[in-house]
Ligand binder design. Structure first.
Ligand code: G6P
Length: 506
């Protein structure tokens, strides 16, 4: 489904009900930066020295990638933490600004948090406790009472902001992710008539894992304030239902996949998220061969084959594991030496947390190990770029690559896998995909790997590099059709249609 088809499918249903999306991450961040004068036009404008300017960026977030097109198409309000250093001066007195900045089509309402609140709620509880708890990637969650207090307080503040935005009108509130386990209950208690839905973008673990959380009951009670709670895959829904069953006094109805607590039902349903394939298939340049040569040259790849990875620098993504697998491949299959370059782009993320600092070091060490062992005067086996790239560049890299590697140790879905497929309108290229991503359930024609098994992974890279063009096309054709068939608009329409149905039944 396209965005226009989604709007048509929802018809007038959203016209009478406002849509409020809540996500911690804002879709546009305003930043104050120094800009150097460059070129004739700056000279003409009188810009002779570097100057402070306000710019905006789109953050590296699967969630933002998925929801921004939906919001553009349907309007409404996105409530988020205003985290940019120029956000305040770019918003009105209430923290509101119309976005996208270059083509305003919906409202962003920013919530201001103190440094202390951000430390406790975002770094502490959300990313130091819930993220590792749900991903089970062998990183111990850290539970601190003061983080929990900050998390509760910030959830309350978001609830007040949402209630202010909806006034006394009917509304659907669509909450995103693990930053807001308590928010649905706060909204529902204040406005039982408002439809509250939440999408949990990360895995939900089994009850044995979840039970170590000191606030397990409170989190579940909060989440059951939702009318609809959704996950990427049925497996996570099942884990959630059995966690509730073992933790709370509530009736789990396996016929309807619902939990009834205090007379209020919460439907628990899987809606696999996706992308807008058109955003990835439209290239900057029509001449694809030239585009590929240029982008390869800009990152230091010549005529060699190119393996490509792009991720937020997160320990769940298995970045050191894929570099070690590449190193093992060069050992086991020496015929690839000097013939292939591994390009890894890593967007810095959550780097105030010790676990993320350690990951950064681990990636540097893994890259140095391959380059020191196998590099020659004319060949650097791994090119590692630690920065944020814009989507047009990323699309060009997807097209220039021979192989794209997604090796998460555990991942709710993973949209890089789908973006790569959508970008390959030439039906070439090979996706090497971790079995432990939600995406692997849909994308079975990829070369599936266990990223923990270094030799198996190394052989998978060899298989991918050696795959014949006919074989690549055969697999890619199926993958491509699947990604084009189930877009982010199908995901959003599915959830919003269910929400509208609930709103009409009130
Ligand atoms: C994952 C989460 C999102 C989050 C994103 C980026 O995709 O599910 O909620 O926005 O990571 O992380 P960040 O901490 O930068 O928002």
């Amino acid at each position: 489904m396209t965005s226009a088809e989604m709007v048509a499918a929802l018809g007038d249903r959203l016209k009478h009900t406002q849509l409020v999306v809540v996500a911690n991450r804002e879709p546009y961040i305003h930043l104050r930066q120094m800009r150097e004068p460059s070129g004739f036009w700056d000279w003409l404008r009188g810009l002779r020295e570097s100057q402070e300017v306000i710019t905006w960026i789109r953050p590296a977030s699967g969630l933002v990638t998925a929801l921004d097109p939906v919001m553009r198409a349907s309007g409404g309000t996105w409530v988020a933490h205003g985290s940019g250093n120029a956000d305040r001066e770019s918003s009105d007195a209430h923290g509101r600004v119309r976005v996208p900045p270059d083509r305003p089509s919906y409202t962003l309402r920013r919530v201001w948090l103190s440094e202390e609140e951000e430390r406790g709620y975002y770094y502490g509880l959300s990313n130091g406790a819930i993220w590792p708890l749900c991903h089970i990637a062998y990183s111990r969650p850290e539970f601190n009472e003061s983080d929990w207090e900050a998390y509760s307080q910030v959830n309350r503040r978001f609830a007040e902001t949402v209630l202010e935005e909806i006034g006394d009108k009917p509304a659907i509130v669509f909450i995103q992710d693990y930053h807001f386990a308590l928010l649905p209950r706060f909204i529902k208690d204040a406005r039982p008539d408002v439809i509250v839905c939440q999408f949990w973008h990360i895995p939900w673990p089994n009850p044995e894992v979840f039970r170590v959380c000191p606030w397990a009951e409170q989190m579940l009670h909060g989440l059951l304030g939702n009318d609809l709670l959704s996950f990427h895959i049925q497996y996570h829904c099942n884990n959630f239902l059995s966690t509730v069953e073992r933790t709370l006094e509530a009736r789990v109805d396996y016929e309807r996949f619902a939990v009834v607590r205090g007379g209020h039902p919460t439907i628990v349903k899987a809606f696999p998220i996706s992308i807008d394939p058109d955003l990835w298939s439209a290239g900057k340049s029509v001449d694809r061969a030239l585009e590929a040569r240029e982008i390869r040259r800009s990152i230091g790849v010549g005529d060699q084959r190119m393996i490509f990875g792009i991720d937020r620098l997160d320990y769940t993504k298995g970045i050191p594991d894929r570099i070690r697998a590449f190193e093992r491949m060069l050992k086991r299959h020496p015929e690839w030496r000097e013939k292939v370059v591994f390009v890894q782009i890593g967007a810095p993320s959550r780097d105030q947390l010790p676990r993320y600092k350690a990951l950064s070091q681990e990636v540097d060490d893994a890259v140095a190990s391959v380059n020191d062992t196998y590099g020659t005067m004319s060949w650097r086996p791994v090119v590692y770029v630690r920065e944020h790239r814009d989507p047009a560049d990323i699309a060009a890299m997807y097209r220039a690559a021979d192989v794209c590697v997604v090796s998460s140790l555990h991942d709710g879905m993973n949209l890089v896998a789908k973006e790569f497929i959508a970008a390959r309108t030439d039906l070439r290229g090979v996706l090497v995909l971790s079995r432990f991503t939600g995406a692997a359930r849909e994308l079975q024609e990829a070369v599936l790997v266990n990223p923990f098994a270094v030799d198996e992974f190394a052989d998978a890279l060899n298989t991918a590099l050696a795959m014949s063009p006919e074989q690549q096309t055969r697999r890619m054709r199926v993958l491509h059709a699947r990604v084009r068939n189930e877009t982010v608009y199908d995901w959003a329409a599915g959830i919003l249609r269910a929400a509208c149905g609930m709103a009409e039944a009130v």
